[in-house]
Write a protein that binds this ligand. Structure first.
Ligand SMILES: Nc1ncnc2c1ncn2[C@@H]1O[C@H](COP(=O)(O)OP(=O)(O)O)[C@@H](O)[C@H]1O
Ligand SMILES: O=P(O)(O)OC[C@H](O)CO
Length: 494
């Protein structure tokens, strides 16, 4: 039994990956599923799509890998975080669509809670902000808006879960209602300092404790998959939210180590060790992972638009046919032009948290063309990362100018990675395995199953594909970053 099945349930697709004993990818299956936008700023998933895409891709990956089900030692799960589901304890039927992390419908509730002065207490206990991003107010919305939900919840007939918890419930045939500490840490209901659901916050949002799952370590036993799913019961041994799983997959096990994942958006996590660091710069404090009942904390910064800016160049402006074309165009851009793009398409995330501002372009001349736009778009990813790192350095002395480990689809762009290193003034390391998120989940499950090495052994196995070293002069770096900051300030004021 030397293979591990990792489930990566993301925002737009579900993926299943079979890893071999050497932690190499043996087979991958992926399925996209529909996104529902019932009103402006609302985003939902149909829970049956989440489940059917996971069921289909896990079976397909096992088949493609040509391994017997008896050779799979364990299942690891990683998932889009914060997305909120509520289902009936007896029938297992969801009572509403899943409300996705991007959904802003609870903006007003958050504003009211802030106006009533609750944010300092909530931030102190959960490490999060009173923002619709997190699960708590989404869960309260479902209870308030589905007929009879409040009464059923009070009677103990409803269960809440983030996506990991829902998948564990489905995989085990309703036998296990549990989540891991990293997912719990994103709900706005979990006290990350005390390691338990917070009764005061639950009361504030009128959420009955009986709905909430049991919270376990990332390497706990989460039951077994139903025998009829794969032909045999397989233990579920590893669970972590996707950004935390990427941190684990990048072996950021020591305080001061950080990773940044560049997909549609970008999420940077900095390991701060065994004590939670409260941010003065609107970063989130979260749990990076939890082993043996002991949490390791992280500071997290989220950027909403990273790779999405490249999609906009392709689908919106139509100045490229595919993402790979950005490299040549950026190289060709006129060095004398100083075009700056602030991609605040949906507002700005950390450290600004401004939901209302919108994107802007500065420094256009009569000669500005597609090459300068492309360069400005790729540069915006580097500048936004520097914003996060500046905030991390201001928050915590341990965040010195260390190496940044990167992963995600956009790290394929050498130009972007070189600019990133230039503008942050630190080395950027791209690993050989870019399936870092799934690898993190696989390692959690595989180490518990005894198939994979311990954390030290795993960290040693981490292999570098390419290191990008900063080559820009300090004066140029300072001038460029100052221009970016002026552009952001102007954008926030419009
Ligand atoms: N060569 C490239 N240059 C620039 N951006 C790229 C390149 N290849 C992929 N991307 C960007 O990376 C993103 C896809 O990354 P991925 O990790 O698959 O994202 P997600 O998991 O959020 O869907 C897309 O937004 C795409 O525009
Ligand atoms: O599914 P992804 O990769 O877009 O990740 C979503 C994050 O977990 C949201 O916090």
């Amino acid at each position: 039994m030397t293979y591990i099945l990792a489930i990566d349930q993301g925002t737009t697709s579900s993926r299943a990956i079979v890893f071999d004993a050497a932690m190499k990818v043996k087979a991958v299956a992926q399925e996209e599923f529909p996104q529902y936008f019932p009103a402006s700023g609302w985003v939902e998933h149909d829970p049956s799509d989440i489940w059917s895409s996971v069921a289909a891709t896990t079976r397909a990956a096992i088949e493609k890998a040509r391994v017997g089900v008896n050779d799979i030692a364990a299942i690891g799960i990683t998932n889009q975080r914060e997305t909120t589901l509520v289902w009936d304890r007896k029938s297992g039927e969801p009572i509403h669509n899943a409300i996705v992390w991007q959904d802003r419908r609870t903006s007003e509730t958050c504003q009211q809670l802030k106006a009533a002065g609750h944010e300092p207490m909530v931030t102190e206990r959960t490490g999060l902000l009173l923002d619709p991003y997190f699960s708590g107010t989404k869960l309260a919305w479902i209870l308030d808006n589905v007929d009879g939900a409040r009464a059923k919840a009070a009677a103990g007939d409803l269960l809440f879960g983030t996506v990991d918890c829902f998948l564990i419930w489905k995989l085990t045939g309703g036998k296990v209602h549990a989540s891991d500490a990293t997912n719990a840490a994103r709900t706005l209901l979990y006290n990350i300092r005390e390691g338990r659901w917070d009764d005061d916050i639950c009361k504030l949002l009128s959420i009955p404790r009986s709905m909430l799952p049991e919270v376990r370590d990332c390497t706990a036993a989460f039951g077994h998959s139903r025998a009829d799913l794969f032909g045999r019961e397989i233990p579920i041994y590893g669970v972590a939210g996707d950004q935390q799983a990427a941190t684990i997959g990048q072996a950021c096990f020591r305080p001061g180590m950080m990773k940044s994942t560049y997909g549609t958006g970008c999420f940077a996590l900095l390991n701060t060790g065994e004590t939670p660091v409260a941010s003065k710069n609107r970063l989130l404090t979260t749990i990076a992972y939890q082993f043996d009942g002991k949490p390791t904390y992280a500071l997290e910064g989220s950027i909403f638009v990273a790779g999405a800016v490249v999609q906009w160049l392709r689908d919106g402006l139509k100045i490229i046919g595919n993402a790979g074309e950005t490299q040549a165009l950026a190289e060709r851009a006129d060095p004398a032009q100083e075009v700056v793009l602030v991609p605040a398409f949906v507002g700005l995330g950390a450290p600004y948290w401004n939901a209302d501002c919108r994107g802007a372009v500065y420094g256009l001349t009569r000669n500005s063309g597609s090459a300068e736009f492309v360069r400005a778009a790729l540069e915006s990813v580097g500048y936004q990362t520097r914003d996060l790192l500046e905030a991390m350095r201001a928050d915590w002395g341990g965040a010195a100018k260390g190496v940044l480990r990167v992963d995600g689809g956009m790290t394929a762009s050498d130009w972007t990675m070189q600019f990133l290193s230039d503008i942050i003034g630190a080395p950027v390391d791209r690993p050989e395995v870019l399936e870092t998120t799934a690898l993190g989940a696989a390692w959690l499950a595989g180490s518990r199953a005894g198939v994979y090495p311990d954390a030290d052994g795993f960290a040693k196995a981490w292999a570098l594909d390419k290191r990008f070293e900063p080559g820009m002069e300090e004066t140029e770096r300072t001038a460029k970053y100052a221009r970016w900051q002026r552009a952001v300030n102007a954008t926030l004021r419009v």
